[in-house]
Write a protein that binds this ligand. Sequence first.
Ligand code: BES
Ligand code: MN
Ligand code: ZN
Length: 505
Amino acid sequence: MTQPSLSLVDSDPAELAVDAIVIGLQDGALLPAPGAESIAAAFDGRLTATLALLGATGAPGEVTKLATLGTVAAPLLVAVGLGDEPAGPAPELETLRRGTGAAVRALAGSATVALALPLPDDEGAPAVLRAVLEGALLGGYRFAGYKTKPQKGRRDPVGALQVHVPDAADAAAAAELVRAEVVARAVRQARDWVNMAPNELRPPHFADLVAAAAGEAGLAVEVLDLDQLKAGGYGGIVAVGQGSEAPPRLVKLTYTPEGVAEPKRVALVGKGITFDTGGVSIKPAAGMWEMKSDMAGAAAVGAAMLAIAALKPGVAVSGYLAIAENMPSGSAYRPGDVITMFNGKRVEVFNTDAEGRMVLGDAMARACADGADYLFETSTLTGGQVISLGKRIAGLMGSAEATELVRTAGDVVGEPAWPMPLPDDVRKGMESEIADICQTNSSLDRAGHMLQGGVFLREFVEPGVEWAHIDIAGPGYHAGEATGYWTKGGTGVPIRTLLQVVETL
Ligand code: BES
Ligand code: MN
Ligand code: ZN
């Protein structure tokens, strides 16, 4: 898992001896965005007309390549559309992030690439630079895959990126560079885990990989195996995991800040179903392979913890990964089972395909028992999330303060999440005749079924804990062709949100 190397430059972009140079292009007048002045000058007034001839429009994310034929030092110029001329000093951060990602993706095969994008020289500069760096590094991701022979015509991701800034010696800019490398490494790690084939990432192995990476990063690591889960009363994790020959795990990673007396305590919890067949309530065959991504929440939590170990925020953070494989078999849990969860509550199972909430309930209750002021849980929990909010916007439920923290952070980093309610009538619909709660609506009514997930998980949060549930069934995995800084497969959502929240706290 290599990522492009990064450096800052402040010399004339027209004179950079790189394989390609990227500039921004604004809608309408097809004007090169700020940062590209010297390149436009080298074209002697012909750049706009040439780009128009090539069909460029400046639409967000549009990539136009042209040979520079000696006008500037780089032989290839890439103009990336940044949309309308911005009202403020710089384009929208997400437009810039996606545009940079698209440009770097389009330049696969180039060893060295320079970015001459609109980076202002004011208080807003670090945020804009952060967007460009993240877009570039994430757009430059590629999953190594399992091919036994090198593919013809397959071009390697960009090897080195030079980012043109007003002042390459600026300390704030240098700090952004360090942070971007940490954050991008975490996102790439999560994408790699999600993209692995499910036979290559069964629960014990996933737990081992996370534990090894976390140990290297200096985090404290605790891995509970099947015997320990049984003895510890983790009924939900054991029930879901018992249908598979590969036993479940609960991984806890802990970061403790140095020199902070009584830091705020944050828990991150992720759903780690390495493959979700639905179990006995089996899923239809079509598209089932995509359920290899049902551990995207745990991957995000594990990777976020790796970044936290490097960023060293002033709060205490524990990550919990609830890992199991949901399989149908002679030993699988079944509809009708009553399961005693870690916090003692009894759950009547109605549909073994609602396995996420079973493993998460245990992990969240454990996080509360360990002592948490804030609990952020993320999971590919319901198809209902995709139906109601689509593939970009996560579903967000929980207490007022925590959900607002997530929504605001998501907006800043380009991982939108939208607040949804936890209605009383949905809880009423989950009353069980024989246990404390049904795992789904007791008449199997799917109405508002994203909300059922949130309402169920609330039962495993202790009073007084600020909590948010982030349903990433849609945004956790990108099944379509690459777009912006998203490549096909795992996206790494909501790692950057979690990091932003932790840094805010
Ligand atoms: N992992 C799925 C949810 C999912 C669906 C994620 C599509 C990504 C894309 C989850 O375990 C599941 O099966 N949920 C059920 C819940 C139902 C049985 C209450 C669903 O969404 O249908
Ligand atoms: Mn399921
Ligand atoms: Zn699932």
